[in-house]
Design a protein around this ligand. Structure first.
Ligand SMILES: *Cc1c(COP(=O)(O)O)cnc(C)c1O
Length: 342
């Protein structure tokens, strides 16, 4: 199966499995799992923050951050299409009693800071208390510029807002910019990273921040059912991923650009991919609106895509250059078939 739906579909390699097999473990709820402790120390150091906490998913590390920055009746500013707002089942509101204030994002995935300022509510009994600003990097495959991130950091300082990064794919951003990830996350008070996307681990995310914030997050993780026992088994895969797989993300970016160029040969397809800001995702629209039937045809040849109005092709370590050529061959067959049936 060649699976373009997401970089979450990557499976652990043989070397990663052997790291899992040889991991020393203990009960992490007692703080006794040496492999989890190692992953947490390593993540904090790599991202330049004081402390870290390991959790089963990025949805949970984002929620831990939101619940640790905000109290009941507080509010966070967030992009209209951001994962923490749109794709986490409303967890901040449902489980944290934290009100989201969604704000339009521009084509680069940025929230305009002057616009954001207009949403900050004055101290008044009518309003929720605006506490936190959230960004996502990369966001829908786009990398945020360092200038924007630093301006947003200044904005948060000035407005006395805490600043959280959903950095599910922040290593894609670092590789794309050729920057140290520490510089990309410097202005943020907390950062959530996913080990289970392009980095290739089967399970797991890490939240980093100050000791104080991470201590709060530990209580929330227990409450949410995310405190695990011999979690070193999965933390070992995360350590392996951080030690070995980050630089490989550049291949995914190269493959995305190659795919975008190849897709451009089809008259029916409108391809969105700007190599200056896009990383491992290519967005494609069909002028004649036939992505569902394209998906059905591709599936016959063991190629999976998630058809939608703006179909996302995601490149990852389990998709090779040859796999992209297979996709293009099948698309040629498909359009040839459509033409001869017309
Ligand atoms: C995948 C993802 C998450 C977390 O997802 P989980 O599936 O819960 O690990 C958070 N933010 C973004 C932008 C993501 O892509």
């Amino acid at each position: 199966m060649i699976d373009f739906r997401s970089d979450t579909v990557t499976k652990p390699s043989a070397q990663m499995m052997s790291a899992i097999n040889s991991a020393p473990v203990g009960d992490d709820v007692y703080g006794d799992d040496p492999t989890v402790n190692q992953l947490e120390h390593m993540s904090a150091a790599m991202l330049g923050k004081q402390a870290a906490i390991f959790a089963p998913s990025g949805t949970q590390t984002n929620l831990l951050a939101l619940m640790s920055h905000c109290d009941r009746g507080d509010e966070y500013l967030v992009g209209q299409l951001a994962h923490t707002y749109k794709y986490e089942a409303g967890g901040a509101a449902v489980l944290g009693s934290i009100q989201p204030q969604p704000i339009e994002m521009n084509v680069s995935g940025e929230i305009d800071l002057e616009l954001a300022a207009t949403y900050i509510k004055p101290d008044d009994i009518h309003f929720a208390r605006t506490k936190l600003f959230c960004l996502e990097n990369t966001t829908m495959g786009r990398v945020l510029s360092l200038d924007y991130i630093n301006a947003a950091g200044q904005f948060c300082k000035q407005k006395k807002l805490a600043f959280h990064l959903d950095g599910a794919r922040v290593f894609n951003a670092a590789v794309k910019l050729g920057a140290d990830v520490i510089d990309i996350v410097k202005p943020f008070d907390s950062v959530s990273i996913c080990l289970s996307k392009g980095l290739g681990a089967p399970i797991g995310s890490v939240l980093v921040g100050s000791h104080e914030l991470i201590n709060k997050a530990r209580r929330h993780r227990k409450m949410l059912g995310g405190a695990m026992r011999q979690a070193g088994l999965i933390a070992a895969a995360g350590i392996y991923a951080l030690e070995n797989n980050i630089s490989d993300l550049a291949l995914d970016h190269d493959n995305a650009q190659y795919l975008a160029n190849e897709l451009a040969q089809f008259d029916d397809l409108m391809v969105t991919y700007d190599p200056a800001i896009y990383t491992n995702m290519v967005y494609v629209q069909s002028k004649s609106g036939q992505f569902q039937s394209i998906a059905d045809a591709l599936l016959q040849h063991d190629i999976k895509i998630s058809p939608s109005k703006n179909t996302r092709f995601v490149l990852h370590r389990d998709i090779s250059h040859d796999n992209i050529d297979s996709l293009i061959t099948q698309l040629k067959h498909y359009y040839h078939q459509v033409k001869s049936n017309a």
